[in-house]
Design a protein around this ligand. Structure first.
Ligand code: PAF
Length: 284
């Protein structure tokens, strides 16, 4: 695996490989790699000639400085995982390499897409995500970009950004990878207490039950409330939001027939760890 820390050198390398007609797939990460990341890398490797993975804990997307401080950093282990996956290129830049003085990032207008759910509860978070992904894409210039469905609002915004840029990069969204008990994989899971880890799969269990409740005749509002009530009963759990939304605009819908793409997204505090998850309820 090749390792680059400098923007100039990775750009030079990738440009020369792309000039030979080789296709580049890109997996941006913040490290603390797990099977979810591995699934993105495997797919990128299968569909491209070169797989680039970046590890960069982006300070501008942490609206809570304590979250940034506590974010797991497992460099040695990450490199072992990448080598084990036969990843081709690791980009591991410093903050000043990603954000040099005088860097210009364009402003994007996402309408209401970045205002709801994560955007509402984590003010500034998506400004940081969009800023860093824009910058990283400008460096790597991949043919294909691989992101996980787990961060549903994140990949939706990035798709909007790519559309606004009329970018050549295609976004490939990969399914959520779950533990056997249903818990969606996340770098933050390692920080769960034993008790909260035991209860955490209840989130996905409830999200997967919503279609049954809707089929029984409950309204969307009733289903959302029932799910929130059930989550609130779990010791140490505090649901922040649970919303059934249109999968493109991420705006609330009143009836399932309002959209052909419906997803339920949720964020739940489990002690001091915030978990997010989602389930696609309908896609036709
Ligand atoms: O999903 C993540 O790990 C991050 O938000 C990303 C896309 C790597 C940007 O820092």
């Amino acid at each position: 695996m090749l390792l680059f820390k400098e923007v100039k050198s990775i750009k030079r390398y990738l440009k020369s490989e792309q000039a030979k007609g080789l296709k580049v797939g890109y997996v941006p990460t913040m490290g603390a790699l797990h099977e979810g990341h591995a699934s993105l890398i495997k797919r990128a490797k299968a569909e491209n000639d070169i797989c680039v993975c970046s590890i960069f804990v982006n300070p501008t997307q942490f609206n809570d400085p304590k979250d940034l401080e506590k974010y797991p950093r497992t460099e040695g282990q990450d490199i072992e995982i990448l080598v084990g996956l036969d990843n081709d290129v690791l980009f591991y830049p410093t903050v000043s390499a990603v954000y040099p003085k005088g860097l210009h990032i364009p402003m994007f207008d996402f309408g209401q897409v970045d205002k709801v759910m994560e955007g509402h509860f984590r003010p500034g978070h998506f400004d940081g995500v969009v800023e860093v992904v824009y910058r990283l894409l400008d460096i790597v210039e991949p043919d294909n970009l691989y992101m996980g469905q787990k961060d549903f609002q994140q990949f939706t915004l990035i798709q909007h950004m790519l559309n606004q840029l009329a970018s050549k990069t295609q976004l490939v969204v990969c399914p959520i990878i779950r533990e056997e008990d249903g818990l969606a994989l996340s770098s933050r899971n390692v920080r769960l207490t034993e008790e909260n880890r035991k209860n955490a799969p209840i989130i996905s269990k409830i999200l997967h039950q919503l279609n049954d409740w809707l089929e029984e005749g409950m309204t969307i509002k009733q289903v959302e409330q029932k799910a929130i009530d059930q989550l609130s009963k779990i010791p140490d759990f505090k649901p922040e939001y649970l919303e059934i939304v249109d999968g493109y605009s991420l705006q609330a819908i009143e009836k399932m027939s309002d959209s052909d793409y419906v997803v339920v997204c949720a964020a739940v505090w489990t002690g001091d760890i915030r978990l997010i998850d989602n389930v696609i309820l309908k896609k036709s």
